[in-house]
Design a protein around this ligand. Structure first.
Ligand code: NAP
Length: 497
């Protein structure tokens, strides 16, 4: 069950949100009484409530906003019990001072905003001993193993237990909580009004991650990156899984660079079935792969892992996606051409995307030049894939048939920037911008006005995700669903990149 936390300053806003949630099928809400400005009218909030509530009044030390005295706070919690709140949240240090009364269930909670405590089972035992109906432990994850320990604790607990790890690193525990046996997980009313680090909105929890349908048998996939919160891969893959009725969920895993080895070697504890791999892990995952496809070997970077009984297989879907996008656009746009129809291509940037594109184009016989502000990186690609390297300032020196932007220039929120001035664009050029948020970057818009043929990052992104889908699920991906999900997400101004 999803428990939605309501934190509003005015009683009427709390009541309106509560009603809205109940009308939308939510069966439990947490009323954060510490957010109410002025005198808290507990009775007003509880009478005629449209669905059951958890009454919580959190101190600042535990991540709340309560500024009054401790005696007043405890009085509010006791009043909530007298007024028949369905649950009351009592921190472990005050639980003994608020006696059980009536039918109100006691959630005995513990918060740690620094770390996940080393001995979760002894902490759990102590909380359970405080006359708890439900134990709740919310602790900051600093390492993916913290999340695994938390989920193990929930799985093995004798009484109902809500165990969540806070922060981006711990976010997957919020989604996998129910499958581990947690009676509910917390979500917020709005995605952008979080009440605790790592929380997400209830619509995302219900509609993107399909929380209620995740069971211990549900296969777990995800994207591993640092940072990861901006990734649109969860939106695209979960939409495809839902459309195909596949019992799997795709999660964002934030894993710092130095922890990637532990994360991969502990993959069977989630257990993970497959991962998209992005910055900064594309090269770092290679030593853990028992098998690498031909592209991974040639490019020296993987963006996809599949976990199977035989080990970890590594793939690179960026290169194929880039060439497929170019080929499709060129054919669609009715160009008379042999092969790709491109003789010379300028690739801007010398990171993983540039490397994949340069490699794939070279294999199709295209004469590739890489221009980068860090010339040494461009030279390294040139040596590895057999192309030319020039420094950033030299990118306008020669005419090219095709321009590929493989830098983040133009990406949200820097939408007024372009890596290539309009005056150097020519109508005969194919312009391929790998940036997908927004789809219509300044470069794409300017190239369109000149009359260039266009390939967008949305096209490439959907293609690489579709290749991943095929590898993991061994069936045709729903391209249209994936494209629509990505377009919807990038159209929403709230998605940062
Ligand atoms: P990366 O490894 O971090 O490489 C980024 C490259 O861009 C580096 O060469 C960097 O130069 C250069 N760069 C960054 N800011 C620049 C600026 N202001 N001016 C000039 N050069 C700049 O990243 P990546 O994995 O290759 O990804 C690059 C971009 O490709 C992403 O931002 C994304 O938009 C796009 N991408 C799209 C897809 C897709 O499916 N559509 C897939 C992968 C990537 P330095 O080395 O000097 O920092």
């Amino acid at each position: 069950m999803i428990c939605v936390s309501i934190g509003r300053g005015r009683h009427r806003h709390v009541i309106a949100e509560h009603r809205h949630l109940a009308e939308n099928g939510i069966r439990l809400v947490e009323l954060r009484l510490d957010y109410i400005q002025g005198k808290v009218q507990v009775k007003r909030l509880l009478q005629d409530r449209p669905c059951p509530v958890v009454a919580t009044c959190r101190r600042a030390a535990d991540g709340g906003r309560w500024e009054g005295s401790e005696e007043e706070r405890l009085l509010i919690l006791r009043t909530a019990i007298v007024e028949g709140a369905d649950y009351v949240d009592l921190e472990d240090d005050v639980a003994a001072r608020v006696p059980r009364y009536g039918a109100t269930k006691r959630i005995v909670s513990h918060h740690d905003f620094e770390k996940t405590p080393a001995n979760l089972s002894s902490l759990h035992k102590r909380l359970a001993g405080l006359d708890a109906d439900v134990v709740k432990i919310a602790a900051m994850a600093n390492h993916p193993t913290d999340s695994l320990r938390m989920l193990d604790m929930v799985r093995t607990s004798g009484i109902p237990t809500v165990g969540v790890c806070m922060g981006d690193i711990g976010m997957p525990t919020r989604i996998l909580a129910g499958a581990a046996g947690s009676p509910f997980t917390f979500a917020t009313f709005h995605d952008d009004r979080v009440l605790a680090p790592g929380q997400i909105g209830w619509r995302q929890m219900r509609d993107v991650y399909r929380y209620e349908s995740i069971t211990p048998r549900t296969r777990v996939y995800g994207v591993v990156a640092d940072p990861v919160a901006h990734s649109l891969s969860p939106v695209v893959h979960n939409a495809a899984l839902a459309a195909e009725g596949i019992d799997a969920v795709y999660l964002p895993f934030r894993v710092p660079a130095e922890q990637i080895g532990d994360f991969i070697t502990e993959s069977d504890r989630w257990p993970l079935a497959g991962l998209s791999v992005t910055i900064p892990h594309k090269e770092a995952v290679l030593p853990f792969a028992t098998e690498q496809d031909e592209l991974v070997k040639a490019i020296g970077a993987a963006n996809t892992l599949a976990f199977g009984p035989a080990g970890v297989s590594a793939f690179n879907t960026d290169a194929a996606a880039a060439v497929d996008s170019l080929a499709a656009a060129i054919v669609e746009q009715d160009v008379e051409a042999e092969g790709l129809g491109l003789k010379t291509t300028l690739v801007l940037g010398a990171g993983g995307a540039a490397r994949a594109v340069a490699f794939a184009l070279r294999r199709r016989g295209v004469d590739v030049t890489v221009a980068a502000r860090t010339l040494d990186r461009a030279k390294k690609i040139a040596a590895d894939v057999g192309c030319k390297a020039v420094d950033w300032a030299a990118r306008y020196r020669l005419p090219y048939d095709c321009l590929v932007n493989a830098t983040p220039v133009g990406m949200h929120p820097h939408v007024d920037e372009t890596p290539f001035d309009k005056e150097h664009l020519r109508p005969y050029m194919v312009v391929f911008d790998t940036v997908y948020n927004p789809e219509n970057t300044l470069l794409v818009k300017e190239a369109r006005t000149i009359g260039c043929r266009i390939v967008t990052g949305v096209d490439m992104f959907v293609r690489q995700a579709a290749i991943q889908f095929r590898l993991w699920h061994d069936r045709e991906p729903p391209h249209g669903v994936m494209r629509e999900a990505l377009k919807r997400a990038t159209a929403s101004a709230k998605v940062p990149g």
